[in-house]
Design a protein around this ligand. Structure first.
Ligand SMILES: [Zn+2]
Length: 229
């Protein structure tokens, strides 16, 4: 069953978080959403959708937005008109180099993703929707973490646990734990900030080099004045 959550904290920004955008990614992303407590969210309204497994179609292909789920996502964007639009994805670690390679622009027509740290990658959202459905000021982010191998996932452990944490964290190897912590940290920052400026300031302090790269890529693909975040 796909997962939906609405956090209403009155007036403030509208945020739309999506996971399970394609393939089996929702299996990895859902626990991050579930681990967020009410206090993790800013004022305003936050809508979270984590979708069930679907066929894998890349979001940089037109075909994606012609699919049932692609259309649903466009409808959600039009309905909620978010100030923050965040897609949680996961990727096969084997593709890490390919995703962050500067050649990605040549080979795929999209800027490379940026490695924040611990294999957690960040980028804008698909160029097919970025300008068409969002204002320039909208914070549009894709966050990627290596997908989990669910054989490490221990259902009995999950049942014993009633805290608001990533439930299977103890079953992961050290490297994956670091990825989880970084990924969750960025998700929480995005959930908590009240506006773009606040987000930008935190990111510049935390990841100055990566932000510099983001500025460069945003310029290349969207032109001069486009903000990196
Ligand atoms: Zn994906």
């Amino acid at each position: 069953m796909s997962y939906y959550r609405f956090i209403d904290k009155g007036d403030g920004p509208t945020k739309l978080f999506l996971g399970g955008v394609h393939g089996r990614e929702g299996e990895t992303t859902i626990d991050f959403f579930k681990s967020l407590s009410y206090s993790d969210f800013s004022i305003g309204k936050t809508f979270i959708y984590n979708f069930d497994n679907t066929k894998y179609i890349s979001t940089i292909k037109e075909e994606y937005y012609e699919s049932k789920l692609g259309k649903k996502i466009i409808n959600l964007i039009n309905k909620h008109k978010p100030d923050f639009y965040i897609e949680l994805h996961c990727y096969n670690i084997k593709n890490h180099e390919k995703l962050i390679s500067p050649n990605r622009r040549k080979s795929q027509g999209v800027p490379p993703l940026i490695d924040l740290e611990n294999n957690v990658l960040i980028s804008s959202v698909s160029p097919l929707i970025r300008k068409k459905y969002f204002k320039m000021e909208t914070v549009c982010k894709t966050l990627e973490i290596p997908c989990f191998n669910k054989k490490f996932y221990n259902e009995s452990y999950k049942k014993q646990y009633n805290g608001n944490e990533i439930l299977y964290l103890n079953n992961l190897d050290k490297k994956s734990k670091l990825s989880v912590n970084t990924y969750l940290d960025i998700i929480k920052i995005l959930a908590k900030v009240k506006n773009r400026e606040e987000f930008q300031e935190i990111m510049i302090n935390k990841y100055p080099k990566q932000v510099e790269l983001a500025v460069k890529y945003a310029k290349e693909i969207f032109g001069g004045e486009f903000p990196p975040f």
